[in-house]
Design a protein around this ligand. Structure first.
Ligand code: AMP
Length: 110
């Protein structure tokens, strides 16, 4: 059974895709928590950080986050978040990083 994000990657479910390459796909979060809220998702179905392999598509996430932050004009800064498991607030079991920006972030996160 493909994950929700694999179905988005395969264009079976619509999403506002802003970037893709051979390793990752990025699209705008359907329920944005900031003016810019983009999910960066490896094409490979990794459940989350807890099952991360040593190598793979996910290694592209940081550089794509940097690229998209530049494209989105986030000159004042931004935040990259990965939620892991129920206590981390993960709701979709396909590894993804949230790129959040366009407002001042609070610390610590809730
Ligand atoms: P997490 O809670 O860290 O697993 O993040 C999952 C994110 O996926 C949430 O911020 C949701 O708003 C987002 N999301 C769920 N369904 C969709 C969808 N169909 N298109 C875009 N984002 C989605």
């Amino acid at each position: 059974m493909p994950t929700l994000f694999t179905r988005i990657i395969n264009r079976e479910i619509p999403a506002d895709i802003v970037y893709e390459d051979d390793r990752v796909v990025a699209f705008r979060d359907i329920n944005p928590a900031a003016p810019v809220h983009i999910l960066i998702v490896p094409r490979t179905e990794i459940t989350g950080l807890a099952t991360l392999p040593d190598e793979g598509d996910h290694l592209a996430i940081l550089n794509v986050a940097k690229l998209l932050a530049e494209r989105e004009g986030l000159v004042g800064g931004y935040r990259l978040v990965i939620n892991q498991g129920p206590d981390g607030g993960q709701s979709v079991d396909h590894l993804h990083a949230h790129l959040l920006g366009g407002r001042k972030m609070k610390w610590p996160p809730g």
